[in-house]
Design a protein around this ligand. Structure first.
Ligand code: NAD
Length: 341
C-alpha cells in the first residue's frame, strides 16, 4: 500500500480524497501543517507527499524528503512555482493536476470583475444593514469595453469566451500565441495601453514576476481594472497600492497576493498580522480580495482528488505518469512514454 503524507489539509480536501481513496491501494495521513523545512520530517516513512500552492518545497525540504524515503511529490494544483525543480530532478518525481476546472477559475475572475465594477461587495453590506441608498454605487457596462488577457492557456481562453459573451472587445498577450484562438494578440505594452480591464492568467515564472509594476502601471489607462486570479507574485503589491492611491487604477480584484503564504486559507480574524500593504489594499473601497478561492468548486475538488490519486497509483505501479513535470519540460528531450528521469 502506498503511504501518502498530505500537507496543508483543509476539511474540503479531506471530504473529496476520502470519498475516492478506497478505489486505490493508498493510505493517506492528513497533516494540517504546511510543508516546509520544519515540517518535512513528518513525512518520514511515507512514499509520497501531497502538497498545495503555499507549501515551501525548497532544496532543503527536498533533500530531507529524499533522505526519508519520499519518491513522489503530488501537487494537488496546477501551478508549481513553489517547488525547487532542479533539486528534485533525479531524486523525487513531481506530478501536478494540470487542469481540474479551468471554468472554476475563469468564472471566479468574472465574478470578481462584475463585483468590483458594479460594487456588489458594497451593496451586499449595505442591504444587510437595511441601507437601501444607491449613492456611490455607480458602475459601468462591461459591454463594449476592452479586456486585455495575459496568458491564453486553458483558463485565459475560457475567460476570453466569457468576456465575448458580455460583448467585450478582447486583446491578448502570450509569448506562445494560439493561432487557432479568435483573439487579437498584441504586445504586453499594448495590453497596458489599450485595455479598460486587465486580467492575468499566466504562470508565475522569473520572467513574469512583477509583470505589473510601477512602469507598466504608468502605461495603463486611467481607471483601469486589474483582475488577478493567477499568482500574487505577478503583481508588485506596493506599486499596485500606489496606483490605487493615485487613482490610476480604478479598481483591483485579487484572488491571490504575493505574500499570501502565511495568511490565506487561515482564519486570521482574531490575530494581528504585520502586512501593512495587504491591510491597506483590503481597506480600499475599490479593492476586492478573495483568499485564493478561484479553484474552489465541487467539480474542481473532485477532479483534483481523482487526478492526484490516479497519478499516485501510476507511480506505485511503476507506470508513466502523464501529469509528471520537471524543470526540463519546456525543452523536453525524453523518450515519449517515459518518466522524466
Ligand atoms: P496554462 O498552462 O494552460 O496557460 C498558461 C499560459 O500562460 C500559456 O499559454 C503560456 O504560454 C502563458 N504564459 C507563460 N508565460 C507568460 C508570460 N510571461 N506572459 C503571458 N503569458 C504567459 O495554465 P492555466 O491552467 O490557464 O492556468 C494559468 C494560471 O492560473 C496558473 O499558472 C496558476 O498560476 C493560476 N491558477 C490559479 C488558480 C486559483 O485558484 N486562483 C487555480 C488554478 C490556476
Amino acid at each position: 500500500m502506498t503511504r501518502v503524507a498530505f500537507f496543508d489539509t483543509k476539511p474540503y480536501d479531506k471530504t473529496w480524497f476520502d470519498q475516492l481513496v478506497g478505489q486505490y491501494d493508498v493510505h493517506i495521513h492528513y497533516f494540517e501543517s504546511k510543508l516546509n523545512e520544519n515540517t518535512a520530517p513528518l513525512a518520514k516513512g511515507y512514499d509520497v507527499v501531497c502538497a498545495f500552492v503555499n507549501d515551501h518545497i525548497t532544496k532543503d525540504v527536498i533533500e530531507r524528503l529524499y533522505e526519508d524515503g519520499v519518491r513522489l511529490i503530488a501537487m494537488r494544483c496546477a501551478g508549481y512555482n513553489n517547488i525547487d525543480f532542479k533539486s528534485a530532478f533525479g531524486k523525487i518525481h513531481v506530478v501536478r493536476v494540470p487542469a481540474y476546472s479551468p471554468y472554476a477559475v475563469a468564472e471566479h475572475a468574472m465574478a470578481l470583475l462584475l463585483s468590483v465594477v458594479r460594487q456588489i461587495h458594497h451593496a451586499y453590506v449595505r442591504t444587510r444593514e437595511f441601507n437601501f441608498s444607491l449613492n456611490g454605487l455607480v458602475g459601468f457596462d462591461l459591454h463594449g469595453k476592452t479586456v486585455g488577457v495575459v496568458g491564453t492557456g486553458k483558463i485565459g481562453k475560457i475567460f476570453i469566451q466569457i468576456c465575448k459573451g458580455f460583448g467585450m472587445k478582447t486583446l491578448a498577450y502570450d509569448p506562445y500565441p494560439d493561432k487557432n484562438l479568435d483573439v487579437e494578440y498584441c504586445s504586453f505594452e499594448e495590453i497596458c495601453k489599450r485595455s479598460d480591464i486587465i486580467s492575468l492568467h499566466c504562470p508565475l515564472t522569473p520572467e513574469s514576476e512583477h509583470l505589473i509594476n510601477k512602469e507598466t502601471i504608468n502605461l495603463m489607462k486611467p481607471g483601469v481594472v486589474l483582475v488577478n486570479t493567477s499568482r500574487g507574485g505577478l503583481v508588485d503589491s506596493q506599486a499596485l497600492l500606489e496606483g490605487i492611491k493615485s487613482r490610476k487604477i480604478g479598481s483591483a480584484a485579487l484572488d491571490v497576493y504575493e505574500e499570501e503564504g502565511e495568511l490565506f486559507y487561515e482564519d486570521r480574524s482574531a490575530t494581528l498580522f504585520d502586512d501593512d500593504t495587504l491591510m491597506l489594499l483590503i481597506a480600499m473601497p475599490n479593492v476586492l480580495v478573495t483568499s485564493h478561492q478561484a479553484f474552489l468548486t465541487e467539480e474542481a475538488l473532485r477532479n483534483i482528488a481523482q487526478t492526484t490519486l490516479e497519478s499516485i497509483g501510476e507511480f506505485a505501479e511503476g507506470k508513466v505518469m502523464p501529469n509528471e513535470i520537471c524543470y526540463q519540460c519546456a525543452l523536453c528531450t525524453k523518450e515519449p512514454n517515459s518518466r522524466c528521469f
